[in-house]
Ligand binder design. Sequence first.
Ligand code: OGA
Ligand code: FE
Length: 277
Amino acid sequence: MAAPSSTTAPISFFVPPPDGSRAYQTVNANLQTGHRDRNFTLETHQVEIENRRGDESTTLDKAGFQLCKYPAKHTTFPNDAEIEKEYYPESAEIIKKITGASRVVLFDHTVRRRRPGVIDSATDKRQPLNQAHVDQAPKSAVERVHRHLPAEDVPELLKHRFQIINLWRPISHPAYDWPLALCDFRSVDPATDILPVAHIYPDREGETYGVKYNPNHKWTYFHGVTPEEFILLKCYDSVEDGSVALFTPHTAFNDPATPKDAPLRESIELRALVFYD
Ligand code: OGA
Ligand code: FE
């Protein structure tokens, strides 16, 4: 298959509540309808999405994301227990190797297996997500450190650089179907393009970023990411002096150029707290 230089597809963007109130969305969806309670709307734009496969200058620090090649020993992802026991440790080591981090703590994962007609809920049968977003706003990033690290380690860890990075890997076959689009941080204006969205869980609240449409955004993807490859995408960085990308807006999209016989997308994304000395 000849690699395309770009594709054009619809992406859903965040439209803030018109009354200026704080945006929110419930995490758990209605199991029958998939409906999530929220006080904001979405609007769809056709966006050109550039294929960055082969572009070595697209890196975590510059763009906010990068494509890596590193096969995993664990390849089946049958259930949470096996994923946590087998896939978490090898992935933490891979992230350390690539980033130079001294400590990596995986705190969450989502398996998505696209099945047309299946209702997405927060707990089961997750589907690709077409909604430009960032998984954690800074408030949530710091809260995650307190939740997932021993209390005695936290003060020292927070004195040094830390990040939240997702590791997104296809399962079983290349992800031609519903690939992941990523927005180059260098094209984002953090002052105008993103807004915090409260993420309401039954027992607590997190905060994500909704992403507004901006024609200056440079949306990109990697054509046909294989299970031996993965994308690292940054959700948060404590280095906020402008020298590195802070986060990566991202979303899945329905690529009209997907070959008709391409298998449905299956993927796993890990969420990692990444600490440096
Ligand atoms: C992610 C994410 C969406 C998808 O990995 O953080 O938002 O459809 N993924 O894979
Ligand atoms: Fe995400």
